[in-house]
Every structure is written in structure tokens, then in C-alpha cells.
Write a protein that binds this ligand. Structure first.
Ligand code: NAI
Ligand code: 13P
Length: 321
């Protein structure tokens, strides 16, 4: 399978970082955005100042406003924008490998990103890339490892090899559903961990939350058809740990603001949008998800974090599982 011409749709932080990774891997990359000033910045100044500051970009990256002929397309727009971003390019994606990278579930439909892709372009071939990976780290060439899940093992390994470089390592996997759910749901828990820290509840509380979040995440994903081993991997435990413990995470920061009793800023925090969808899914499947419930209460704004934590701590004692 020829995979030389890579297009990345979405010229934000993550799209630009993945374009850089693909360029370092030796691919010819077009970074497709919708803001002419950002595209001009990429082509003229070799950087994307709005999203990645002064990080120099590879000469192998060309900014564009329109999707060119490509062998592989990477979609890197926020989860709620994926459908709108895919619709105008649906025909061009027919039979092409499309790597989905947004970590969120779609409102109203409750769909995963690959379900959205198949709705819009039924013959596109979905892959999911997820794992502990901040855009600034990937763009700067700091060592990063992620999971790439697809339905055909040989083809998934070929896509992984096309994007892998000396500082960007992809592990091929086949549990596309598990990888997608883990990426979307970890943002909800990251928000909760940020809130615990913002409220000054202590490192012990945060670690307890992280561990119980991992148990809840595993319960949900396995019940929805994912594999338990995905959850102990990069896209599960790896990304959950990163986002729950780092002030670099926007979801963590969003939660920390809420924990401090402040209103969060305007930056993207997918967890705030995925939390109600996750609750709907858990409720529909009758899966006990007290932490997702707690984050939704926090986001609702009418219950204090003190009351939410008191509610969690006073639940009937149970066996650890
Ligand atoms: N920033 C990071 O470190 C990482 C982000 N992600 C995920 O990647 C996704 C995107 O995040 P970021 O790039 O950080 O966000 P961002 O806010 O930096 O960029 C989003 C980009 O999407 C574009 N966009 C929005 N709606 C669009 C539409 N309808 N059509 C075309 N383009 C559209 C925006 O113009 C913007 O350039 C999120 O789901 C996030 O969870 C995943 C791993 C790491
Ligand atoms: O998914 C990410 C790192 O793996 C990025 O996390 P935030 O969106 O919380 O910044």
C-alpha cells in the first residue's frame, strides 16, 4: 500500500504536531486548515504560531486550504467538529485509510469518531491513534509512544510504519473500539483529577481517584466490547495517567479551575463535552459509573465539590474490583 502522501485535516495543535511527526517519518505532508492566516504562517514562516508557538516545522509540510490527492488522511479536529469537517471531503475519502485522532464522543448520536466517519464516508478505512501524547512534545521531537488501532493487522502495521520516526513510536493494535473509548473517557477522569487538585484535596485523593477511574474505565470499555488489555496499554493507563497528573492537560486544567471555584477558560477540554455522553451510555447499559456521575455533577455547577466528594466517600463499602 503506497502511503507517501499524507494529508492532515485540522491545523490546530494536534494536527500540526502529527504533520510534523509524519514529515520526520519521511512522508510528504499537507496540513489542511481553514484559516488562511494560519496556512500562510505555516508556508511562509515554517511555524503555526497560533497553536504551537515558535516550534519550527519541517520543510516537508505544506499548508493548504483544500485537501489534495492523498494516500492517507489524518483527521485532527475536535470531536464535535469531525462530522462537519468530514462532510465536504467525504467523496475524496472513499477507500482511503483515515486516521482518527480526536478524543471524544459525539453529542446527540453518542457515537465514536470511527462511527461518525463511516456515517459520512462509508468506504473510508478507519484507524484510531491514541495514547499519552501532548502536541508540544510530539512537535518538538520528544520521545512519544502511542497506539494505532485498525481492523486489518497487516494494514495497521503499514500505517504505523508510515508514521513512525526516531521519536514517535506507534504500537499496532486491533481493538479499535477500546482504544477510541479509552481516549474519549480519560478526558472525563482528567477533569475530575484536576478538580481534586484545584480543591486542594491532596495527592492521596488524586491517586485514589485515578485508580478507581481506571477500574471504572475498564468496566465500561469491556462491557461495551473493548478488550481489558487495551486498558493497561498506552491508550488506557498511559493516557489516563498523563492527563490525570499533568497541568499540561487542558482537561486537568479545566477541572482544576472548577475545583478552585473559578470558571474555566475557553480552551478546548473534550472531557467537559464527553462527560454527559459517557453518562448517557453508562445509564443506557446499566453500568455503575459513579465517577462519571460525579464529574457531571461538578459540570452542572449546582453541587459543590465538597458535597460531591462526600457523596462518593459515603457510598456503601464494597469489595475492590
Ligand atoms: N493538543 C494535544 O496535545 C492533543 C489533542 N488531541 C485531540 O485532538 C483533537 C484536536 O485537538 P487540538 O488540535 O489540540 O485542538 P485545537 O483547538 O488546537 O485545534 C483544533 C483545530 O480544528 C479546527 N477545526 C475546528 N472545527 C473545524 C471544522 N469544522 N473543519 C475544519 N477544521 C476545524 C480549528 O480551526 C483548529 O485549527 C481533540 O479531540 C484532542 O483531544 C489528542 C492528543 C493530543
Ligand atoms: O490527549 C492528550 C494527551 O494525550 C491531550 O490532553 P488534553 O486535551 O487534556 O490537553
Amino acid at each position: 500500500m503506497a502511503l507517501e502522501r499524507v494529508a492532515v485535516v485540522g491545523a490546530g495543535a494536534w494536527g500540526t504536531a502529527l504533520a510534523q511527526a509524519a514529515a520526520i517519518a519521511g512522508r510528504d505532508v499537507t496540513l489542511v486548515g481553514r484559516d488562511p492566516a494560519a496556512i500562510d504562517d505555516i508556508n511562509r514562516n515554517r511555524r503555526n504560531s497560533a497553536h504551537l508557538g515558535h516550534q519550527p516545522l519541517s520543510d516537508r509540510i505544506t499548508g493548504a486550504l483544500v485537501l489534495p490527492d492523498s494516500d492517507l488522511v489524518i483527521l485532527a479536529v475536535p470531536a464535535q467538529a469531525s462530522r462537519a469537517a468530514l462532510k465536504p471531503i467525504a467523496a475524496a475519502l472513499a477507500h482511503l485509510p483515515v486516521v482518527l485522532t480526536a478524543k471524544g464522543l459525539e453529542h446527540l448520536t453518542l457515537k465514536r469518531q470511527s462511527e461518525v466517519l463511516v456515517d459520512v464516508s462509508p468506504t473510508a478505512i478507519p484507524y484510531v491513534l491514541s495514547g499519552p501524547s501532548f502536541a508540544v512534545d510530539v512537535a518538538a521531537g520528544r520521545p512519544t509512544a502511542v497506539t494505532l488501532a485498525g481492523d486489518n493487522a497487516e494494514a495497521t502495521s503499514a500505517v504505523a510504519a508510515a508514521l513512525a520516526g526516531p521519536t514517535f513510536r506507534l504500537y499496532a493494535a486491533d481493538d479499535r473500539l477500546g482504544v477510541e473509548l479509552a481516549g474519549a473517557l480519560k478526558n472525563v477522569y482528567a477533569l475530575g483529577c484536576g478538580a481534586v487538585d484545584g480543591a486542594g484535596l491532596g495527592a492521596s485523593a488524586r491517586s485514589a481517584l485515578l485508580a478507581r477511574a481506571f477500574a471504572e474505565l475498564t468496566r465500561l470499555v469491556v462491557r461495551m466490547g473493548g478488550s481489558a488489555s487495551t486498558l493497561t496499554g498506552l491508550a488506557g493507563l498511559g493516557d489516563l495517567t498523563l492527563s490525570c497528573t499533568s497541568t499540561q492537560s487542558r482537561n486537568y486544567r479545566y477541572g482544576a479551575s472548577l475545583g478552585r471555584g473559578e470558571s474555566p477558560g475557553a480552551e478546548l477540554a473534550e472531557g467537559a463535552l464527553t462527560a454527559p455522553v459517557a453518562k448517557q451510555l453508562a445509564d443506557q447499559l446499566l453500568i455503575d459509573a459513579p465517577l462519571i456521575d460525579a464529574v457531571n455533577l461538578l459540570l452542572g455547577g449546582t453541587t459543590t465539590i465538597t458535597d460531591i466528594v462526600a457523596g462518593l466517600m459515603s457510598r456503601p463499602l464494597k469489595r475492590e474490583e
